[in-house]
Every structure is written in structure tokens, then in C-alpha cells.
Design a protein around this ligand. Structure first.
Ligand SMILES: [Zn+2]
Length: 90
């Protein structure tokens, strides 16, 4: 384990796993969190790869919150095993 991983920026993690196929290969769990209501949702990476293709990029992307009547957008958070906590996929 590289102790410097704890200080890596999202861009550095993105370089390790730029697309959904690479994130699955690395084994990183990903979830979405709404900036307005705080709803957290598990992201089904296998389904995403099947429906959007292995080159689909979650980095820099937002999506509508799925909670009824919530106008918020979700951001995606990855949890690389080597990172200290979550990495916002900005
Ligand atoms: Zn919401």
C-alpha cells in the first residue's frame, strides 16, 4: 500500500480507472448521493456496463435524484480499497 494514496486527487484516481469496465476490474464500489436530500443509492456497475458499454464514463457526470419530488442531482462516489474513504467522481 502506498501511503500517498490517501492524498490522491480525484483526477489521479480517474487515471487509474477512467471507465466503468476499469472500475469493475479494480473492484471499486460506487454509490450515488443526492446533493439536495442526501439519498444514497448503490450503483449497479454490471448493469451500467451492460446497458451503456464498457467505455462509459461516470467521472464528471451527474444524474437526476430518484426520490419522488426531489429536484436534486446526484454525484457519484467511488471507494477504492487503497483510498482513505470515498473519492468524489468529479
Ligand atoms: Zn434527492
Amino acid at each position: 500500500m502506498n501511503p500517498r494514496h490517501g492524498r490522491w486527487s480525484p483526477a489521479q484516481w480517474r487515471a487509474v480507472a477512467p471507465d466503468v469496465a476499469a472500475i469493475r476490474r479494480e473492484g471499486w464500489p460506487v454509490h450515488a448521493i443526492c446533493r439536495v436530500c442526501g439519498l444514497q443509492m448503490k450503483v449497479d456497475l454490471a448493469r451500467l456496463e451492460r446497458t451503456r458499454g464498457p467505455g462509459f464514463v461516470l467521472w464528471g457526470r451527474t444524474s437526476d435524484c430518484r426520490r419522488l419530488h426531489c429536484p436534486g442531482k446526484v454525484v457519484f462516489m467511488a471507494r477504492p480499497p487503497r483510498a482513505e474513504g470515498e473519492v468524489p467522481m468529479l
